[in-house]
Every structure is written in C-alpha cells, then in structure tokens.
Design a protein around this ligand. Structure first.
Ligand SMILES: Nc1nc2c(ncn2[C@@H]2O[C@H](COP(=O)(O)OP(=O)(O)OP(=O)(O)O)[C@@H](O)[C@H]2O)c(=O)[nH]1
Ligand SMILES: [Mg+2]
Length: 482
C-alpha cells in the first residue's frame, strides 16, 4: 500500500507516464508537515531509498518538483541521465511540463548540509537546506535562479513555475516502488509487443542508403535536388535530426549543424545541408535547417511562405525584428521548382506531445495548414524518443513494437492533424560518439518516405502544368503573404 500524501491520483499517473516503466506505488518518505524542513530530517528519511520524486506545493497553488532515478545520500554530486524537473500546476491551473536534464553529470547535489537540490555547481532547483515553519506554512531557503543551467527550461522562467514565491504549504518526497515493493528502476513492464504496430520491410542500413541515393527528382522539372525544410519549436531537435542523417550518410558522427538549448533558439539562418555518402557521392537531397519558433517568436507564416515558394536564398540570416521582403538582398524574385521546397518535416520533441494536445498550438497548426494550402507534403519527425522509452537504447529495432512510442505517435498525429503514417519516431545522436546502425535506420526510414512524398509532389506539379496553359512552364507562382 502506498503511504498517503497530497499528490492526487491524476498527478501520480502523469509522473508515472513521464518516468516510464509502468505502474508504481508512491511511498511517502518525507514531508515538511510531518518531519519538519531540515536537511538532517530529509537525509534521515530519504537517503539510499532509490528512485524518488520531490513535489513542492506553494502558497500560490503551484505544484512542481523533480525526479531522480538515483538515491539521495549525504555525499557527492551524482550523474543521472533520467532526471527531470516538472510542473504539474501553476496558480491553480493544471500544467504538464517536464524539463529534462541536459547536463546529467550535474543532475543532483547530495550533501549532508543540503536538502533537495537539483543541479549541482549551479542549481536549477535548490529547494531547501533549512525551511523555517511560519504558522502552517514553510519558507524555502533555496532558489531557482539558475533554472535552465543543467535542465532544459524550455524557455520558461522560474517565476512561471513558482510565482516567485518561497512560501510553501508542503514539500513531499516519494519513493517509487513497483507493485511487489522493488525499487522502481528494476521494473521492466510489458511495453513491448511481439507484433510491430508498424511494419517496415527492412531494417538494413546499407539497403536503405542505396535506395535513398538512387532516388532522383522527376527529370522533366529540371530539378537536381530534393529540397526538404525542417521546421519546429525551439530546441525540438531540428538541427540534431539533420546531424543524425548526415552521420548516417557519412558513417561517422557529424555535427555540422549547431545544436543546443537557448531560450531564443540556436539556429538563426536558412542553411542547406546536402547529403553525401562517405565516398563523397551525392544523394540528390538538400536538408534545410531553420530557426525554431515559439507561439510568439521566431519563424512565422510569412517566413515559411517565402521559404516554401523558394524566395529565400541559402544562408539567409533571419532577424527577429526584420521581416524579409521582396526588396531584401538575395530575395529570389522569380523562383523555379529548383528553388522551391518539395517536402517539409515538422520536428517535435516527443516529451511535448501531451502539452501539444492540450495547450495553445495555434502557430504550429497554422504552419502545417500552410503546407496543406500549397499542396506541399509534410511529415512529423518525433524526436527524442529515448525520453519516453529509454529501454529502446538496448535495441532501437524494437521501436515499432514499443507501445509508449506508438501512443506518442498517435497523440502527435491527432495534435498536428496529420496521418499516422507520416509521423516518424526518431532518436538523434546526442550523447553518442560513434554511429549506431539501428539508430540510423530509424532516421533513414523517415527520410525515404520524405523523398517518396517529394516525388509525389513533383508528379502533382507536372499533372497540374499539363492541365494548365503551357506558358506557365515550371515557374513557381510566388506570393507575398501567407
Ligand atoms: N535525449 C535526446 N536529446 C536530443 C535528441 N535530439 C536532440 N536532442 C537535444 O535537444 C537539444 C536541442 O536540439 P537541437 O537539435 O539544437 O534543436 P533545434 O530544434 O535545432 O533548436 P533551435 O535551433 O534552437 O530551434 C540539444 O541539447 C540536443 O542535444 C534526442 O533524440 N534525444
Ligand atoms: Mg537548430
């Protein structure tokens, strides 16, 4: 039986889903209200208890905290690639946000004089050392000033998590156990089906690379390369998806596109990445990286419209305050099919699919609608699947048997309004230093479909031209607004 605490059943199942590996009992180890707010009481109750979750309930009706798959102890910092911070409620309104660790070597700080501290060296969530009781509440002596240092804050400020308040009604630490009382990290529930939910003819990197390299644009259009644009929210994994494909082709880890986590985004220009095999032969494919967007900043409908129409030259540098216009330098006034985009890929961080389904994603939907309006196909690359299914790290070829991944594919398809066979789960190179064939195959399967869709698009253009006045030729019809 799980010990009682304030955490609701809904909040527990949300945490279970984020942590993965199935059902867990939440055993209350420690709470301010029961044990007081000192570091010694915390270590007394919580040390060496395995995976656990800390939940803070503040006086503004916000609920947030952190998960670590490690035990707390009195000494040393600790490496935990599975740790994350989270937000369950803000000012009384339900939220479902996770902030995954980006510097796992600094995941938690264990020290006998400190209470709960997520992020060592600089602290993302320093909860308390000695929280003083005032009436029925407690005053935290920690801070969140460095939120975003060791954990990806997804552009959110500490104030949007804790209202800038140090006063809390309670702080609880729960140990996570499976139903027979084992430490939760040892539980491997049935999340793998025998029969795949998506059939793939081959799981053969060499054959896929050959297949893709043989595909050529329809010759009548005079186009030499398939042009594919990657768009998506800031830090979704666009540049990493490009690097993973470059790596699969090169046979070594390639990091040509800059990656990382920045509030306003790392990528700033419209940069082409031609795919070349290790022998140097070209695959007739150019992947285009773009700046990420948030609901109010970054790439917007006007930018995307110009990109799709082929008005934007390679290496064009986007500026947040200035829009490109037909008067801008290097604006392609009369783009042809060789300048236009033939397929798009919307890159989504898999751990955001729940939020996508619930929150305001008008911009994402509008951008997708623009592809539809222009008759340009697009797919979703569901990146970072290691976050929802870490067990796949042993065997990426089981991805299409994994039910957690399938659930995310289904949710993303519904949230974006795209068919499920156009949603491709992928895992990018991020911690790895050598290439992995099975991991490459995931991205190559997606790329092959992208190129097939590009070919379909070209066939459609030809059909349309044949039905039109011959004078239309292959010139794209540009427009200034989306
Ligand atoms: N765990 C994990 N992390 C990933 C994966 N793909 C990307 N990342 C990490 O996610 C962060 C953002 O990745 P980027 O590729 O820079 O994302 P982006 O969409 O290009 O970001 P902007 O250019 O800033 O819009 C980086 O820290 C990557 O290392 C993945 O498959 N798994
Ligand atoms: Mg980028």
């Amino acid at each position: 039986m799980a010990s009682k605490g304030r955490l609701s059943d809904g909040q527990k199942s949300q945490l279970e889903q984020w942590i993965g590996h199935g059902h867990k009992d939440f055993v209350l180890l420690f709470s301010f209200s029961k044990d007081g707010g000192t570091a010694s009481a915390f270590h007394n109750k919580c040390d060496n208890k395995g995976p656990n979750v800390t939940v803070i309930y503040n006086d503004q009706k916000s609920v947030y905290g952190g998960y670590t798959s490690l035990s707390w102890s009195g000494t040393d910092g600790a490496f935990d690639s599975k740790a994350f911070l989270f937000q369950l409620q803000f000012s009384g309104i339900k939220k479902a946000n996770t902030f995954p660790v980006i510097k796992p070597q600094n995941a938690i700080l264990c020290s006998s004089t400190c209470g709960v501290v997520f992020g060592s060296s600089r602290h993302d969530l320093w909860a308390f050392n000695n929280a003083v009781k005032k009436g029925s509440e407690f005053k935290l002596d920690g801070y969140m000033t460095h939120f975003g240092t060791n954990y990806d804050n997804r552009g959110l400020t500490p104030e949007s998590i804790n209202n800038g308040s140090c006063t809390v009604e309670d702080l609880e630490v729960y140990q996570l156990q499976d139903c027979i009382g084992n430490c939760a990290r040892h539980v491997i529930p049935r999340t793998i089906e025998e029969k795949p939910w998506r059939r793939t003819n081959q799981w053969d990197q060499k054959k896929l690379l050959e297949d893709i390299s043989c595909l050529k644009p329809v010759s009548r259009l005079g186009v030499t390369d398939f042009r594919v644009v990657l768009i998506g929210q800031v830090a979704g994994g666009k540049s990493s998806c490009i690097n993973t494909l470059l790596s699969a082709f090169a046979g070594r880890i390639s990091q040509r596109a800059s990656t990382g986590c920045g509030r306003t985004g790392i990528t700033t220009s419209f940069t082409p990445y031609p795919l070349k095999s290790s022998s140097g032969s070209s695959a007739n494919i150019r992947l285009y990286d773009t700046p990420g967007f948030t609901e109010t900043t970054g790439l917007d409908l006007i930018d995307l419209n110009y990109i799709l129409e082929g008005h934007i030259s390679d290496y064009y540098m986007f500026h947040s305050s200035v829009h490109i216009t037909w008067k801008s330098e290097k604006f392609v006034l009369k783009p042809t099919m060789s300048h236009r985009i033939h397929c798009g890929a919307i890159v989504i961080d898999v751990s955001t699919v729940d939020a996508l389904a619930k929150e305001n994603t008008e911009k994402l939907k509008a951008l997708k609608a623009l592809f539809d309006a222009k008759g340009i196909p697009c797919v979703v690359l569901l990146a970072k699947i290691d976050k929802v299914a870490p067990e796949l790290e042993e065997n990426w070829s089981s991805t299409f048997k994994n039910l957690k991944v399938k659930e995310c594919v289904d949710k993303a398809a519904t949230a974006i309004g795209i068919s499920r066979n156009n949603v491709h789960p992928v895992k990018n190179y991020e911690i790895e230093v050598v290439v992995d064939e099975e991991l490459n195959v995931l991205s190559l399967l997606a790329l092959r479909q992208i190129i097939h869709l590009s070919m379909d698009h070209m066939e459609n253009v030809i059909l349309r031209e044949d039905g039109n006045d011959a004078s239309d030729s292959t010139e794209a019809v540009g427009s200034d607004t989306a």
